[in-house]
Design a binder for this molecule. Structure first.
Ligand SMILES: Cc1cc2nc3c(=O)[nH]c(=O)nc-3n(C[C@H](O)[C@H](O)[C@H](O)COP(=O)(O)OP(=O)(O)OC[C@H]3O[C@@H](n4cnc5c(N)ncnc54)[C@H](O)[C@@H]3O)c2cc1C
Length: 391
């Protein structure tokens, strides 16, 4: 489709405007109250499903809406502009479907995806454990084969996951376990597990600094039996599956960070045009105008890297480096822009009566989840060195 002003196609512009209107009307108004009450509003996820957002970036061949990933980043921006917590919930829901789309058998796709694509079932992505965060290959949740080693009929999962976004609310869990703890990355295997399966329950709910209206909880597996039909890919492919999905997820989180940062920038700019001091509005102070300009610069740079990463994915190119650059830059931009917004609001910025303190709390997590920003530096450095060595 022909590109128009802003580099967006008419279809993308319509999508952006539709989601912006929906988010402003239905998501933004309750964001502060949901944060205060740490309350997940499932009806908003259902509404996003009715609008087709819960399956938007997947091909029509698997039942998705067939939009590009660049279009998906526009959706993320708009939802996060209204409420970062809802954007993260939706992003993780999409993240948990990617591996089924890419690695699932026809039977698994037909069984697992339709209800998730439609937003009737919510997904979660369970990788992190108490002893395995950045070092995901060190995970210890065991998957013991039931039946012959060469042809198991099922696996028994035993162990604990922590910090699992959407946990408790979600019906569908993509769980990474190991068939051989001594094998490191080579033992990691992915499983599809439904809430309510015997031997699978929820543990402690995290009491978070930000995105407080989305849940994050422990998952506890006590000999939970999962049929071999629910193993995604082969034994030992799990880490590859997780990392490829995270490449995609990180672009989505980067886009959410752009939306969050834009919301803080707009709120601060509006405040400076209204707040009077020293015989005029604060927006007349050159020092503060410089701050606004620098905030806008960071948002624009983050958006450019995010869009470049999404376009690389749409062209089918490798995205590991581009998605790390985007996620690291955009989450740092969100953190610094929201912090500056609090500063520009003065005392009001520190008050829960105004939205910018929530935005600042919401931004912090994005520097940590889906790979900490230190891990993204390692990924980018690996690519720099590979190029030098001609690999
Ligand atoms: C709000 C939130 C939501 C989350 N949602 C999910 C989810 O849905 N699913 C899921 O599986 N996980 C989730 N997580 C977990 C998240 O992915 C991990 O917290 C993250 O990967 C870091 O792991 P860790 O907490 O064990 O920190 P660690 O890995 O212990 O790291 C501690 C510190 O050391 C640094 N560090 C570690 N190794 C290195 C190194 N080699 N070089 C330089 N620095 C290093 C890290 O950057 C960090 O600063 C979530 C976390 C949060 C905060």
């Amino acid at each position: 489709m022909t590109a128009v002003a802003g580099g967006l196609t008419p279809e993308e512009r319509l999508l952006k405007e539709t989601v912006r209107e929906f988010a402003a009307k239905e998501i933004a108004p309750g964001a502060a109250a949901r944060d205060e009450e740490e309350r997940y509003d499932r009806s908003l996820f259902t509404r996003m499903g009715e609008l087709g957002l819960t399956g938007l970036p997947f091909p029509e061949s698997v039942g998705g809406a067939g939009f590009s990933y660049r279009a998906w980043t526009l959706v993320m921006e708009e939802i996060a502009y209204a409420d970062m917590a809802m954007a993260v919930s939706l992003s993780v829901h999409i993240l948990s479907q990617f591996p089924v789309v890419t690695w699932g058998s026809d039977e698994q796709r037909a069984r697992w995806l339709p209800e998730m694509l439609a937003g009737r079932k919510l997904g979660a992505f369970a990788l992190t454990e108490p002893g395995a965060g950045s070092d995901a290959a060190a995970l210890r949740l065991s998957a013991d084969r039931v039946g012959p080693t060469e042809a198991p009929t099922a696996y028994r999962l035993t162990g604990t996951k922590i910090w699992i976004t959407n946990a408790g609310e979600a019906e569908r869990y993509l769980v990474f376990a190991t068939v051989d703890p001594a094998a490191g990355a080579k033992g990691v295997t992915a499983f599809l597990v439904e809430a309510g399966t015997a031997g699978f329950r929820f543990g402690r709910k995290e009491r978070k600094l930000g995105i407080r209206s989305d849940t994050a909880s422990e998952l506890i597996f006590e000999g939970c039996e999962v049929l071999v039909a629910n193993r995604l890919g082969e034994e030992g492919q799990g880490l590859r599956i997780a990392l490829s999905a995270l490449g995609e997820g990180r672009i989505s989180i980067a886009a959410a960070c752009c939306g969050l940062a834009q919301a803080a920038l707009d709120a601060a700019a509006r405040y400076l045009t209204e707040r009077r001091a020293f015989g005029g509005v604060l927006a007349e102070q050159q020092g503060l105008r410089f701050m606004l300009a620098e905030m806008a610069q960071r948002v624009a740079a983050a958006r450019a890297l995010t869009r470049a990463a999404a376009e690389a994915k749409d062209r089918g190119e490798p995205i590991a480096e581009a998605s790390s650059l985007a996620k690291w830059t955009a989450s740092d931009a969100a953190m610094s822009v929201t912090t500056d917004a609090v500063q520009l609001f003065g005392g009001s910025g520190y008050s829960r009566e105004f939205p910018v303190e929530r935005m600042m709390r919401d931004a912090k997590g994005a520097q940590i989840y889906e790979g900490t920003n230190q891990i993204h530096r390692l990924i980018v450095a690996d690519h720099v060195l590979m190029r030098i060595k001609g690999e």
